[in-house]
Design a protein around this ligand. Structure first.
Ligand SMILES: C[S@@+](CC[C@H](N)C(=O)[O-])C[C@H]1O[C@@H](n2cnc3c(N)ncnc32)[C@H](O)[C@@H]1O
Length: 180
């Protein structure tokens, strides 16, 4: 998360009682580390075994974050049932080609665009969660590797799917506030 996004997250934390964060798409663990500085507990989910090895090293000294190996379209529905208090969901799982040039998660290894399954599960919860969907710059595009999943993503479609009370864009993040 960039500085302006982190500042906004800090302001959310002042007004919402959130002690747990769940991140889909760990990648190198950069955002996981930022979340761990702010939340009592962080779950982070990664599909790519290659990246899990690297992020393990990065996260090994962080005692309040746990890395779950798996497909977030399966894990988030499980966590959404298990966590019985408001959560900050940071949805950032999608297939992509990393700058270092290796393919991270092939679409046939798991859901290449889990966002809708993730939001379907979160929508059913009875808590006033805050949901961040990262990469607003991809919304409405046909980016390679995500099976054109982004094409139907917009502030409006996110608000609709989550039945959100309010949705705003901050930097590259779309932030949805659920009122239950
Ligand atoms: C944009 S990166 C995440 C960046 C990270 N959240 C950060 O801020 O540093 C997307 C990550 O999602 C992972 N991914 C893709 N599909 C996934 C799925 N179905 N379940 C879990 N992780 C997935 C990719 O392997 C990749 O590491």
């Amino acid at each position: 998360m960039k500085d302006d996004e982190l500042q906004h997250l800090d302001s959310i934390l002042q007004s919402h009682k959130l002690r747990t964060a769940v991140e889909s798409g760990t990648c190198n663990g950069d955002t996981t580390a930022q979340l761990a500085e702010r939340f009592e507990w962080v779950w982070t989910i990664e599909l790519s075994l290659e990246l899990i090895k690297g992020s393990h090293k990065r996260l090994k000294d962080i005692s309040n974050a746990a890395l779950i190996s798996g497909d977030s379209s399966i894990i988030i529905p499980e966590l959404s049932k298990a966590i019985n208090h408001p959560v900050l969901w940071y949805l950032d799982a999608h297939w992509y080609q990393c700058a270092r040039g290796f393919a991270i998660a092939s679409p046939d290894a798991g859901n290449p665009f889990p966002l809708w399954d993730e939001m379907n599960a979160i929508y059913k919860r009875q808590y006033s969660d805050v949901v961040i969907v990262d990469d607003v710059h991809c919304f409405g595009t046909n980016r390679k590797g995500s099976e054109s999943g982004w094409a139907g993503v917009s502030q409006e479609s996110i608000a609709d799917r989550l039945n959100a009370e309010q949705v705003e864009v901050v930097g590259d993040m779309c932030v949805a506030y659920l009122k239950r």
